[in-house]
Design a protein around this ligand. Sequence first.
Ligand code: LMR
Length: 328
Amino acid sequence: RSMFLGLIAAILAPTLAIAACDPGEERIRFSHVTAAQGHPKGEAALLLEQRINRELNGRACMEVFARSTLFNDDDVLPAMLRGEVEMAAPSLSKFEAYTRKFRVFDLPFMFEDVFAVEEFQYSPEGEALKRSMEAQGLIGLEFWHNGMKQISATRPLISPTDAAGMKFRIQPSPVLNAQMEALGSAGVAMPFSAVYEALKNGEVQGQENTWSNIYTQSFHTVQDGVTETNHGIIDYLVVTSADWWNGLEPGLHADLAQILLEVTHERNRFAFEIGEMNRSRIMADGGVIRELTPEQRAEWVAAFAPVWDQFRGDIGDDLIAAAERAQG
Ligand code: LMR
C-alpha cells in the first residue's frame, strides 16, 4: 500500500507543482491546513494565489496547498526555515516555539470579537508582534482573521462544570492547556488534520474551534452539540522566512507585500460573515448549537479567570493592557 501511495505522490505532486510555475518565476509555496473554499483562510489564500499568478506572471507564481496536503501546522515553521515552503498562515496558537508574546491571543475572554482583535493588531504593540520572531528567522507579514471559538463535546455543556473529566483536543498552547485544566478536564494537543478522527474514535470527547473550522471539518457530526461560548479566538499570521523574504529582488518584494496587504484588507472584512454562514450551515445540517444566558456565560468567565494569572508574567502587563484598550 505504501508503495502505491508513493507512486501516486510521485505522479501527482510534481505535476501539480510544475503546472503553475514557469521557468524563471519565483516559486511561492503557501501551505495551510483548512478547507480551500468556504473558509476565511482558504478563501484568502486562493485570492492571493489568483492575484499573484495574474499580476506577477513571469516574475512569481504561487501554489496553495490546503488541508495539510503539504505540511501540518506542527511542521510547517521548521520546514519554512529549511526553505521547503515560502509562506503559511498558522493560527496564533502555533508559534509557541518562537515567542511567548502570542499567548496574549489565547487568554480566555480576552477579546470581545474579531473586530477587537483587529484593533489590537493595528496598535503599535500589535504591529510589533509581527517582527518579534525575526531573530529566529521568521517574519510576520499580515494578520488574517477566522473568528471566535466555541466548545463542542459528546455531552451538553451549559455550565463549565459539565466539562469535568473529559479530554479536549487543543492546539499546542500552554494557555489552552491551562484553560482545559481550569475546567477539571484535560487538553490533548494534536494537529488540526487529526481532530475529526480523534473525535470520531473517542480519543478525545470535545474540542474548541470556530464556526468555519467546525463546519468545514464536519466536527458537529461527531459531537453532541456546540456551545456558543465565544471564549477565545482563532486568528492567523501570514508568515515567511526572513532569509527568503529579505533576499527577494526589491521590486518583487514590494509588489508581493502590496498584493498581500490588499488581499488582507479585502478578505478580513468577510471573515465574520463567513463564520455566520458556517454557523447556519451547521444548523441546517442538523447540528445542535446551544446559546448561553448572560448568567451562564459569566460562569465560564469566572472558571477561566485563574488562567490569566498563570501567564501574565510571560506575556507582560504592557501587552495585556494594549489588548484590553482595544476592547473599545
Ligand atoms: C486548529 O488547529 O484548530 C486551527 O488552528 C486550524 C486553523 O488553521 O484554523
